[in-house]
Design a binder for this molecule. Structure first.
Ligand code: TYD
Length: 428
């Protein structure tokens, strides 16, 4: 069995936001002036007590008081002012697939380390999480030794600072220095790391050469015109990215060069009236290109493809709004999607009249926005019919609230489902 031991801050998560806010808080609490910007950045990685003494000139007693103040804010707030580096989630899934022993050896105490991993839904990828509970004398070598199982064929320590490399060497294992954290290539090579990866992609190439990435996911977002979809798609993409999901945003009609050309024809008022069948076929043509050139490759590469509108829009607008009927629209689209359907669909639920009232007033409304209220009522009714027929796929969110509240609920529910999807895929 191979063992891969990770440092936490600066290697798995980009934790500087929370750490730096807590350092400011701690230094103010002991009544000292804040360290200047360049010194502040150096705090991330080395033992805190050492940094307080070195960069703020604290004596032992003051540094210890500062440390307790730091921990008090950190456990309340700082823990969550954090983000998983893009690609780390994918790497952890790949390591587990290989059957590696995966552990964390961090200079941070064990409890907050566990909480961070649980918060991001990553706990199940670790066989052991070892933190420095003797915070006054954290010793990386001991932590690394404690993170290793009784027996293993080979072991490697991955970290972003010289402390990680030196600790790994002292523990007698291989070391990989990574350049996307808080240390520099010079620092890591200077202490003799066995290998160096500038980014997560490079780390994946070193640890899992030629291994297929796990499947990502396909999420669509739907709702009537004016439901606030664009705002919510942006908020959701940001939340997912913070959790370490590698989000690719796209939209329909469009999403590919050919699709964007078709979009112009479909939405431009200059196109004027067109037969509903022609309209449905054009949306389907745009979709066909999108599915093949963008959606499938992204999901196969382990990304989360977040698409603003997909097949349900055709069912609702052309099937319901234009009156072509659900079955006909689905037939027209069968070749275009060829089984590539969303794993989940966020539906922003709002009465079409409220949505219409909220719509940003534009000088030249597009072909769809020009339609009357009865058209939009049929669109909304068709959406509700879709949700009734396939409730398991939909995350229906009440969109008649402020954007932040909607975003918070959407993020939480989508992440819950994504985690379950990943777990299922990892078991297969
Ligand atoms: P867009 O400017 O993207 O609007 P929104 O921000 O509301 O998504 O315009 C897309 C319009 O096209 C929108 O009114 C819905 C409509 N549409 C269909 O009629 N059928 C479809 O298959 C798709 C994808 C969109």
């Amino acid at each position: 069995m191979r063992c891969v031991i990770f440092d936490l801050d600066g290697t798995l998560t980009k934790s500087d936001e929370g750490i730096l806010n807590c350092i400011d808080y701690a230094v103010e609490k002991v009544g000292l002036p804040l360290p200047d910007k360049t010194d502040r950045a150096k705090f991330v990685g080395p033992p805190l007590i050492w940094s307080f003494k070195t960069y703020c000139g604290m004596d032992d007693e003051t540094a210890e008081r500062a440390l307790w103040a730091y921990r008090e804010r950190y456990m309340r707030i700082g823990l969550y002012e954090n983000r998983v580096y893009p690609g780390i989630r994918r790497l952890l899934r790949m390591l587990k697939k290989r059957g590696d022993w995966v552990a964390i050896a961090t200079g941070k105490p064990t409890e907050p380390s566990r909480r961070i991993m649980a918060h991001f839904g990553l706990s199940r990828y670790f066989d052991r999480i070892v933190g420095a509970d003797d915070v006054l004398h954290p010793d990386k070598e001991d932590l690394i030794r404690a993170a290793l199982p009784e027996a293993c064929d080979e072991a490697v320590m991955v970290g972003d600072r010289s402390f990680d490399v030196l600790g790994g060497k002292a523990a007698g294992i291989r070391t990989i220095g990574i350049g996307y954290g808080f240390g520099t290539e010079e620092e890591l090579r200077g202490v003799g790391c066995d290998a160096y990866a500038a980014d997560v992609e490079g780390l994946i190439a070193l640890l899992c050469p030629r291994q297929q990435p796990p499947r990502g996911a396909f999420i669509s977002m739907e709702g009537p015109d004016g439901s606030g979809k664009s705002t919510q798609a942006a908020l959701l993409a940001e939340t997912l990215a913070r959790w370490g999901f590698e989000v690719v945003r796209s939209r329909e009609p469009g999403g590919s060069p050919v699709g964007e050309e078709i979009r112009k024809v479909l939405l431009s008022p200059e196109s004027g009236e067109m037969a509903p069948e022609t309209e449905a076929l054009l949306f389907a043509a745009s979709r066909s290109e999108h599915v093949r050139k963008v959606i499938r490759p992204a999901v196969a590469a382990g990304r989360v493809l977040l698409c603003d509108r997909f097949l349900d829009s055709s069912v609702a607008y052309q099937g319901g709004g234009r009156g072509l009927g659900v079955a006909r629209v689905q037939r027209i689209n069968a070749e275009a999607v060829e089984g590539s359907l969303p794993d989940m669909t966020v539906y922003l639920d709002i009465d079409h009249r409220d949505a219409m009232a909220r719509r940003v007033k534009v000088d030249v409304p597009d072909r769809m926005e020009r339609e009357d209220e009865a058209f939009h009522a049929r669109v909304e009714a068709a959406y509700h019919q879709l949700i009734r027929e396939d409730p398991a796929r939909f995350v229906v969110v009440d969109a008649n609230r402020d954007a932040e509240t909607i975003g918070e609920e959407t993020g939480r529910r989508v992440i819950e489902r994504l985690a379950a999807l990943e777990e299922e895929a990892d078991r297969a």
